[in-house]
Ligand binder design. Sequence first.
Ligand code: TXA
Ligand code: MG
Length: 313
Amino acid sequence: MPTETVYGLAANALDAEAVSRIFTVKGRPDDNPLIVHVDGLMMARQTGVMNECAQALAERFWPGPLTLVVKSLRTLPLIVTAGLDTVGIRMPDCDTALSLISAAGVPLAALSANKSGSPSPTTAAHVAKDFGDALFVIDGGACSVGLESTVIDLTADVPVILRPGVVTQQMIEECIGSVENASAEFVSNAAPASPGMKYRHYAPLAMVTVVEGQCAVSVAEAIKYLYDKDLKKGEKPLVMALRENKRYYGRRDIVITGSSGDPGEAAKLYALLRAADEQQYSRIYFEAVPKEGIGYAVMNRVYKAASYNIVKV
Ligand code: TXA
Ligand code: MG
């Protein structure tokens, strides 16, 4: 099913057998809890304990890309919650998804409809690319957000952001006061301590390198150097840069990730990575975007797509 964030493989959240089939299709080990998608507050209240913070956040941000982890209420199948006594709930901002949930009359557990490891799908064609004819895809067009939801755990004394997204820490704090951010390490400890800690996630086939620094000209110089070296080696490199820096790259192949004035644009990251694969680029040089607001979530995903392959200038 489409959602505003990414396409999901969805099943009746109350039916363990149905849910186990989406894990089989996805090829993911079933040790990760799933997000349960609801069509409104009423269904949310039948699924989890919507405490004061959950209530406030739902009123402010639903329907929308924010997943609330709360104490689970229903006896949800173990396979949905991975045996936890909590459940992640969200109401997607997508009419097609909401109609589907309402028609089903039950909450739908879903995980992103990509093969494990590849970038999350943001069009029906992306899903078809990963799974062929094996799936029935409801085509809701391109996802309007393009990056997975923010996940926040509301069961601790102080709420904790588990995964950043376009609903930012600041937006959440304006609603419920200060929260902690468990995802901070992804951004600040960018270089892994050992090669063994490297892993590819959300990754395209092309090798991604993030280039970051204070000065846009120096970043561009570094990228141009690496790009031109690749060309000589017979690679097919691509620059992903901010609109205001495009002029530095001359006639090199480039796609625009966004602009510092419109950070939401950069959330379309997965669509850009998949498009680069379609065009058979072998190397991608990604200009880091400022890690502020939505840029924080974007860089969290880009670092993973790059396996923490980062050049600092
Ligand atoms: O935007 C999204 O969230 C998309 C669309 C389909 O809704 N879904 C998605 O699902 O990204 P998935 O399975 O890729 O990510 C679910 C995230 C995982 O990081 C998982 O650990 C967390 O939500 N999560 C779910 N339930 C949880 C729980 N009870 N406690 C802690 N984390 C939970
Ligand atoms: Mg996912």
